[in-house]
Structures are given as structure tokens and as C-alpha cells.
Design a protein around this ligand. Structure first.
Ligand code: ATP
Length: 623
């Protein structure tokens, strides 16, 4: 699949002075009322996405269209055949000529069989084409959301991503699966039946055309109102899903603080808003559908009355009148289907607006146009007058930081909460790029370094020690997917978790999500150390867990950590005295600046922040 779906060259936010900057990407996603130009912009983006998606299934769509036209022409000619049978066939039969029966009869059967076979084929082809388009889109939404940088995810929340991937794609599925098919089918059927009416009697054709006027007025009314109504349902559905996802991912906090009732109340409130928005949009459809039916029935009455009068006058054959009434009744049958299509179109359009916006986003951390490759890295790190703020108008979090960490050094970073320790780590891991200045690995600016090489040389072990569902083996192998079994075991042995894995019910094949495979915080950390050991990076960034482990576990984790560190360069956000003790150097960060820098023993004597922290730790150890 192509890399850029609806992304434009200017990035997701466009050029300065861009008239639609507030609508690009996911910005303005919750804006419900749009002016004419804004609507045009959003619609263009949505349709462009739909066209891009249809490129791969063009042949199938074309063939479907041809089949639909032929099948509907065959079906629509049935009233003509009836008229022919009555006005031409019947008199012949009465004269004893058998052709009066079998000619119209065979034509009727031929039309019905042709239509049946073609409908079978195009129904299957439409399903294949729409599923193929949805398959592509699902993959694209997943790929895009994974590729987007952390700053996007921190703003957008996983609940919204889930809502794009589930409820929005679902409403698109409804449209593509049944809707398009019924639209083309219905329109073609109406067209051909209309033509047969014209052929039989142009007076009735005029009645039909007159009926199109109120139909068009109703359609326009529905489009205007339902567009806004469905946009509103997309927003309220996303809010409801966001709340649900947050409550479930934060279930520990919810239960610990007994927030179940209040979270339920909030959820009910959001669900009620969604329910009301849905009722409002469906009610609009409730007006559209019967109105169209009424127009249809009035037209049949008009054709019957006027035709009947002309039969009495001797201007029209009775067979033609029967066929005309039959055809006029049939011409409106698909309106029901078309109205339903219109309904799912409006719902899917609102969904497509959101999905195409998400796909228009582009990562803020990108690969340089001609990246520098580093086959081997020693692990020399440098912050060169590096400043950073999370957003353009946000506060400066790191202030012109100058810091050199020679290869192989273990640096513990301490400081009060909110000082900027994690930010330092995130810049090294390149979750973000510095605002000014540079961060360098072996003298190469990280922004110039090939992303794959950066990933290979710099690894981050986060404090949550996240394990994916699957086996222990697979979780360690994430560090290097092509690693052999022996290498995986060697990595586990190196950090000291081989024994504990062997004690699990199925050893390395134990599923971490199953009962018996559940691991403690310390064990999870050791597994994530094994993963990092296997990856064998030159630089390790460790966000040490703040949760206190019991002493035997802490000792195990400590040993595992020391073995993992080896000769690598390491930056550890330290929360334990034992970790700081094994560091070569301690940095005390305060308000985005390094305020103390030296060997642990040296700083413990210096009487500053670290000395106090050290004393407090020692007291707690003694307690
Ligand atoms: N995603 C973000 N967007 C905006 N501001 C942020 C973001 N992450 C952190 N900050 C701000 O940046 C500053 C430094 O945060 P950082 O997470 O680096 O602190 P820390 O020293 O690691 O704190 P802690 O020990 O509590 O984890 C804080 O003022 C914080 O509010």
C-alpha cells in the first residue's frame, strides 16, 4: 500500500495562512457546523480517500456496474413484455396461433434468468470489492496510528483511535457492503422502468417527471439536516468510547478510589447523548421514507386516472394502461432502498470525514531525507544546547542543556517530580525532537540518524515493563525477532530470570496472559531486561519503576540490571539508592537544568539535593 494516503506534502497542519488549517488532520474533528467552503474541503478529502481505496478494485467495480445495468434493463423490460403479451400475444392466441404465447413467454423467462444470474455475480463481486477496500482501510488506519509520534497519541487518546477503527469503519462497512449495490441497482431499475413508461406512453412519462420535483426537494432537505445530525453522532459516539476505554484501562484506579458509580453515571450521560443524537438522525429518515412513498402512490393514482380517462376516450389500449400502472408502481419500489442508502451514506460520510482526517496526520518525528547510517555505535551521547517544549506555546521544559555522556558510562538521573527527567529520556529515545539545539549519538544528530539504526543502538526499558499477550519466549524475542531459541535462553540467563521462567507451568512457552503465567512486577521487569539484553543496544535508557518491590525481588532486579548494563552507556531515571550506587555519575535535574553532576559518593558529601535524598534513602533502608 502507498505510504501516503491522504497526507499532503505540507504535513497535516498545512502552510501558515492556510484557510483550512483548523480542519486539517484531526484538528476541528469535533466541529459540527461547517460553512460551505469548509464542507467542500472536508468532502473533497473524504471522497479522495474513497477514490484512493477503490483503485485496487477498479476492475471489479466496472464489471459490477456493467452487470447491474444489464440485469436491471432485463428486469425493467418485464412490464413491456406484459403489455406485448396482452396487446399482441393474446389476440394471436385467440386466433389459435401458438406464437402468441411462447414468444412473450420465452422473452419473459430469458429476462428473468439473465437478471438472476447477473444479480448473483454482482452481489458477490460487490461484497469482494467492499471487503477489499475495508481491509485496506483497516490496515492503513492501524499503520498510521502506530506510526504517529507520541505527541499525537498523548493528545488524541487511544479511545478516539479505537472509535475510528471500530464504529467509524463499521458504518463505512454498512455503506459499502449493501448500500452501493442497492443504490446502483435502484437507480438503474428506476431509469429503465422510466424509459419503458416513456416508450409506452409519453403522457405518463410527463407525470413521472413532475413527481421528480417533490422527490428532489425532500432529498435536499434530508441531506442538509442529516449531514449535521450524523456528524454529531460520530462525535458523541467517540466521546462515549473514549470514556469506556479510559475506565477500563484505568480500572485499577477506578476500583481503588471507588469511582465505579461516578464513572457509570458519566458513561450513562454520554450514552444518553449518543442515543438522542441517533434518534434525531433516524427520525429525519422517518420523515424522508414515508414522504417518498406518498409521492410514489400519488403518482400511480395520477397515471391510473389520466390513463383510465384516455382508455374511455379510446386513446390508449387497456393492456398498455395495465402495464403503465404496473411500471409506475414498480418505478417507485427502489425509492425505499435508495432512501436507506442515502441514510447509510450520510452516516458513512460523517465517519469518512473523521477517518480521512486521521489518515491526513503525519508523524512529527520523521526520517531525514538522506539519513546517516551507523553500523556500529560506541554509545557516546551529547546534548548540545538542547532546549525543549512539548508544544509551541507551552513552557520550556529543558533549558539549553549541555551534557556529555561518554560511551560506557552509567548515569543515574534524579530530581523532584516534574523536573524533566523523563523528558530527557524521551528525547534520547527520539519520542520527540528537541525544539532547539541537538541530541547526538557518536557525534551524529539524532534527526540525521537513520531511524532503523537509532532503534538498533538505543533501547528504552519503560517502568511499566509492558508484556504483550503471547508466550514468554515471544516477549523476549521482541528485542530481536530473528533470535534463535538458544540466544533467547542465554539472554534470560544473563539477566537472571531463566530459573523463574523454568518454574512456570510451560517454561518459555507459558502464555503471559493465562493463569499461572501471570508475573509479578519484579518478574516482568526481569523479562523486559532479557528483551533489552537480546536487542544488545549500545545505549540503554531505563525508566526505573517507582513501585517498591519486596527486598528479595529488588535484589534480583538489581542483579539483573547490573548484568544488563555491562559495558553499555546507560541513562537511568533512578528511584532507588541501590541503583544510584552502581552508577558512575549522578545528575540532579531541577526545572529542566542540571543542578548537580558528579560521582555518587562525591555528591553525597556535597550537601546539595542529592545529599539530602541519599540521607533520606539511607534512613528508609535502616527503618
Ligand atoms: N506530554 C506532555 N505534554 C506537556 N507537558 C508535559 C508532557 N509530559 C511532561 N510534561 C511537563 O514537562 C515537565 C517535565 O516532565 P517530566 O515527565 O520530564 O518530569 P519528571 O522529572 O520525569 O517527573 P516524574 O519524576 O514525576 O516522572 C513537567 O512540568 C510536565 O508537566
Amino acid at each position: 500500500m502507498s505510504e501516503t494516503y491522504t497526507e499532503d506534502a505540507t504535513g497535516s497542519r498545512g502552510e501558515p495562512g492556510d484557510r483550512f488549517a483548523h480542519l486539517r488532520g484531526t484538528a476541528g474533528e469535533e466541529q459540527i457546523e461547517l460553512d460551505r467552503e469548509e464542507r467542500g474541503f472536508i468532502r473533497h478529502r473524504s471522497w479522495r480517500l474513497l477514490v484512493q481505496l477503490s483503485v485496487g478494485v477498479r476492475r471489479k467495480l466496472l464489471l459490477t456496474a456493467i452487470f447491474v445495468v444489464i440485469a436491471q434493463a432485463a428486469q425493467a423490460s418485464i412490464p413491456l413484455i406484459v403489455a406485448w403479451a396482452i396487446d399482441w400475444g393474446l389476440p394471436r392466441m385467440m386466433e389459435g396461433r401458438s406464437s402468441g404465447m411462447w414468444l412473450p413467454g420465452s422473452a419473459y423467462i430469458a429476462c428473468a434468468v439473465t437478471a438472476g444470474i447477473l444479480i448473483f455475480h454482482y452481489t458477490r463481486m460487490t461484497a469482494e470489492a467492499s471487503q477489499e477496500m475495508l481491509f485496506t482501510l483497516r490496515g492503513e488506519v492501524f499503520r498510521k496510528t502506530q506510526a504517529l509520534s507520541l505527541d499525537f497519541h498523548e493528545d488524541y487518546t487511544s479511545g478516539k483511535v479505537i472509535s475510528r477503527q471500530t464504529s467509524d469503519l463499521e458504518s463505512l462497512r454498512e455503506l459499502l457492503d449493501g448500500g452501493v449495490n442497492s443504490l446502483v441497482q435502484g437507480v438503474m431499475f428506476m431509469f429503465f422502468t422510466g424509459v419503458t413508461i416513456w416508450i409506452m406512453d409519453w403522457h405518463s412519462g410527463l407525470v413521472l417527471i413532475a413527481a421528480l420535483i417533490p422527490i428532489a426537494v425532500m432529498g435536499r432537505w434530508y441531506q442538509k439536516n442529516s449531514e449535521v445530525a450524523y456528524r454529531r453522532t460520530r462525535v458523541s459516539s467517540a466521546r462515549m468510547i473514549v470514556h469506556f476505554v479510559e475506565s477500563m484501562t484505568g480500572i485499577r484506579a477506578v476500583q481503588a478510589f471507588r469511582r465505579e458509580d461516578s464513572r457509570s453515571r458519566q458513561y450513562r450521560r454520554l450514552a444518553a447523548i449518543y442515543r438522542d443524537d441517533m434518534i434525531r438522525s433516524i427520525s429525519l429518515f422517518g420523515v424522508l421514507q414515508p414522504s417518498l412513498m406518498l409521492i410514489g402512490n400519488l403518482t400511480v393514482t395520477a397515471v391510473l386516472l389520466w390513463g383510465g380517462y384516455r382508455v374511455l376516450e379510446g386513446d390508449l389500449g387497456i393492456g398498455v394502461l395495465v402495464a403503465l400502472v404496473l411500471a409506475t408502481k414498480r418505478v417507485f419500489q427502489p425509492l425505499d432502498m435508495i432512501a436507506m442508502f442515502y441514510n447509510s451514506l450520510q452516516s458513512a460520510t460523517a465517519a469518512l470525514e473523521k477517518v480521512s482526517g486521521l489518515l491526513e496526520e503525519s508523524p512529527s518525528v520523521t526520517e531525514a531525507s538522506s539519513p546517516v547510517h551507523l553500523q556500529q555505535a560506541a554509545g557516546d551521547l551529547e546534548f548540545d544546547r538542547a532546549s525543549f517544549r512539548y508544544s509551541e506555546d507551552g513552557p520550556v521544559v529543558l533549558h539549553e542543556l549541555d551534557l556529555h555522556i561518554p560511551a560506557g558510562q552509567t548515569v543515574a538521573v534524579v530530581g523532584r517530580t516534574g523536573a524533566g527527567k523523563s523528558t530527557l529520556a524521551k528525547l534520547l529515545a527520539r519520542f520527540y525532537d528537541v525544539s532547539t539545539g541537538a541530541v547526538k549519538l557518536d557525534g551524529v544528530d539524532l534527526r540525521e540518524l537513520a531511524v532503523a539504526d537509532h532503534h538498533r543502538h538505543v533501547a528504552m526499558v519503560t517502568q511499566e515493563a509492558f508484556l504483550f499477550s503471547g508466550t514468554i519466549r515471544a516477549n523476549i524475542a521482541l528485542g530481536r525477532p530473528d533470535a534463535a531459541e538458544t540466544e533467547i535462553i542465554a539472554a534470560a540467563q544473563a539477566v537472571g530470570c531463566h530459573e523463574l521462567i523454568m518454574e512456570l507451568p510451560e517454561g518459555y512457552a507459558t502464555d503471559v496472559t493465562k493463569r499461572g503465567g501471570r508475573l509479578s512486577a519484579g518478574q516482568r521487569q526481569l523479562i523486559s531486561f532479557a528483551r533489552a539484553f537480546l536487542a544488545d543496544p549500545a545505549v540503554l535508557i531505563l525508566d526505573e519503576a517507582t513501585s517498591s518491590l519486596d527486598l528479595p525481588s529488588e535484589a534480583l532486579v538489581q542483579q539483573g540490571l547490573e548484568r544488563l548494563l555491562g559495558n553499555r552507556t546507560a541513562l537511568i531515571i533512578a528511584h532507588r539508592l541501590s541503583t544510584v550506587a552502581i552508577a558512575d555519575r549522578v545528575l540532579v535535574i531541577d526545572d529542566g537544568r542540571v543542578v548537580e553532576d558528579g560521582a555518587p559518593a562525591e555528591l553525597a558529601e556535597a550537601g546539595g539535593y542529592y545529599a539530602k535524598l541519599h540521607a533520606a534513602w539511607q534512613t528508609s533502608m535502616g527503618a
